[in-house]
Write a protein that binds this ligand. Structure first.
Ligand code: ZN
Length: 187
């Protein structure tokens, strides 16, 4: 198995994870300290796919309660309707080194993260899918794993994009990225 969950002390690996995120999303989207905090939280996981000590891709997963999912989704009404004690598994971020994209690494990381969340008995698994200009990079993986659209938040990063992030998908200097939440009911 080339996939492992990393620790907060794996500095060299964390550097590679951040470099992939910089190339994939925007410089500063994922700070080293955020990866470390992720590793240190027992409900979160950072999975990496490695070959010959090189990180080829990574995936962040988390288990959120309703309060934290509301915070994350900007108090979306669909989340308000959920039972108060539901546990939500979230496969939050997945990115692959450009030269090895479309080789199955993303699918393998996704399947691994999903399996680990199912083992933790979450009620639903949520995928916040990045969408820009009618493109949803993770669409095929979600289709293969039978996820259904749930709701979306338009221009999810608008507040922070212009100040802190420089999203590569900007049009007329404005971030056009939406976040489409998909879900699979587990129990
Ligand atoms: Zn954007």
């Amino acid at each position: 198995m080339n996939i492992t969950a990393i620790n907060a002390t794996d500095k060299a690996i964390i550097e590679q994870v951040v470099a992939i995120a910089d190339a994939h999303f925007a410089v500063g989207y994922l700070a080293p300290q955020q990866v470390i905090d992720y590793c240190n939280s027992p409900k979160n996981n950072v999975f990496v796919y490695q070959k010959n000590h090189q990180v080829l891709g990574f995936c962040l997963s988390a288990i959120l309660d309703k309060t934290h999912l509301l915070e994350y989704t900007k108090d979306h009404p669909r989340v308000f309707e959920c039972p108060a004690d539901d546990a939500f598994g979230v496969i939050k971020t997945i990115a692959i080194l450009p030269k090895v994209q479309k080789t199955g690494i993303g699918s393998a990381l996704f399947a691994h993260a999903e399996q680990k969340l199912i083992q933790k008995s979450v009620n639903r698994i949520i995928i916040p899918a990045w969408v820009y200009a009618d493109t949803m990079p993770i669409a095929n993986i979600m289709k293969n794993h039978h996820y259904q659209p749930w709701f979306y938040v338009k221009q999810f990063w608008l507040d922070i994009c212009n100040d802190e992030l420089n999203c590569p998908k900007k049009q007329n200097n404005t971030c056009i990225c939406d976040l489409h939440f998909h879900q699979k009911i587990c129990i």
